[in-house]
Design a protein around this ligand. Structure first.
Ligand SMILES: O=P(O)(O)OP(=O)(O)OP(=O)(O)OC[C@H]1O[C@@H](n2cnc3c(O)ncnc32)[C@H](O)[C@@H]1O
Length: 216
């Protein structure tokens, strides 16, 4: 059983569709550290939640990185969705020449146990040929960087990224910024959960997590 630490049922729906393990939403509003790096935020959340939960936890910190705005709103995506709204994020992007963007997520796993001595580097294969400038703001995270102090609980990180374009809202599935994020001609809100998982940032991070977790 895995506790998915989030206030967002959409994330749990996607993890449930992807993973063989039983996934339970653990509605714990962990104190988000103010950091430009998704991995740091997720790792802190996982440690705090593990202490409050009864069993292994995963935390998923995600963001939308818009190229024309040098990666904004990135780690501040939740705040911007609440205060500005996705329709106005589209309106702000519309006059720009470049509508490119990327969704990125970092999943942090903690079960209170140590991991193998050598953390695997985060797979950056999918970044080839991309302009990394905006995305790097979201964090070049490794387990080592977020290892924390000597008595900090070990946390394992899994990163996923997907490129796309900001478009006028279409579709009523998904959640958050999905209606304004187009990938391969379709917005994430026009996809089923399985279709989105097959290409999304979260699907990619979940795939890495599932592969690693199966061997644990
Ligand atoms: O922190 P928790 O409780 O998990 O819930 P949250 O929705 O605030 O989660 P994030 O901080 O990770 O998300 C940042 C923002 O990005 C949005 N977001 C995250 N993943 C998304 C996805 O797959 N599709 C569309 N929007 C997404 C989400 O709605 C927030 O506005």
């Amino acid at each position: 059983m895995l506790n998915f630490v989030t206030t967002n049922p959409g994330k749990v729906r996607e993890a449930t569709a992807y993973l063989d393990d039983e996934v339970v939403q653990f509605d714990f509003d962990y104190p988000e550290v103010q950091a430009d790096d998704l991995g740091t935020v997720a790792a802190h959340g996982a440690r705090a939640a593990y202490r409050a939960a009864d069993g292994p936890v995963i935390v998923d910190d995600a963001g939308l990185f818009i190229d024309a705005f040098d990666g904004f709103p990135g780690p501040y995506s939740s705040y911007v969705e609440d205060r500005v709204g996705i329709e106005r994020v589209w309106r702000l992007t519309e006059p720009e020449d470049d509508h490119g963007a990327a969704f990125k997520t970092v999943i942090a796993y903690c079960d209170g146990e140590e991991f193998a001595a050598t953390p695997e580097p985060i797979d950056r294969e999918e970044r080839r040929g991309q302009d990394l400038a905006a995305d790097d703001r979201g964090g070049a995270t490794t387990d080592e960087q977020v290892a924390g102090g000597e008595d900090a609980l070990p946390v394992k990180l899994f990163e996923g990224r997907v490129p796309g374009d900001i478009v006028a809202p279409r579709g009523d599935g998904g959640f958050g910024y999905d209606p304004i994020f187009e990938h391969g001609g379709t917005t994430f809100a026009e996809m089923s959960t399985d279709e989105k998982n097959a290409v999304s940032h979260r699907g990619r991070a979940l795939a890495k997590f599932a592969e690693w977790h199966a061997g644990r």
